[in-house]
Design a protein around this ligand. Structure first.
Ligand code: FES
Length: 107
């Protein structure tokens, strides 16, 4: 089991168990975490799954995938160096304990 913590823009923290291999976006939806919409279902066509990877985790989540930069231009909130599409981050054992911050707006 992989744990992931979502920190909302208002500071509320929600930690949930994720299925190994599930995305950060899908895990949020499966656990009713507010702040992730995931409108396109993970097809990298919406940017409503925008998140900011906590600074302590950026090395392990790696670089943005091809196409993420273009889609993030459509994000409703500020794009920062730590911005990712959460549907493109797959949760594996080496991401156990991952922390992501959620933007104020997704649409
Ligand atoms: Fe649409 Fe991630 S869910 S881009």
């Amino acid at each position: 089991m992989v744990k992931v913590t979502y920190i909302a823009a208002n500071g509320t923290e929600t930690t949930v168990d994720a299925t190994d291999g599930a995305s950060v976006m899908q895990t949020a939806l499966d656990n009713d975490v507010d702040g992730i919409v995931g409108e396109c279902g993970g097809a990298m066509m919406c940017a409503t799954c925008h998140c900011y990877v906590d600074d302590a985790w950026t090395d392990r989540t790696g670089d943005r995938r091809a196409g993420e930069d273009d889609m993030l231009e459509c994000a409703a909130d500020d794009v920062k160096p730590t911005s990712r599409l959460s549907c493109q981050i797959k949760l594996t054992e080496d991401l156990d304990g991952l922390v992501v911050h959620l933007p104020t707006d997704q649409v």
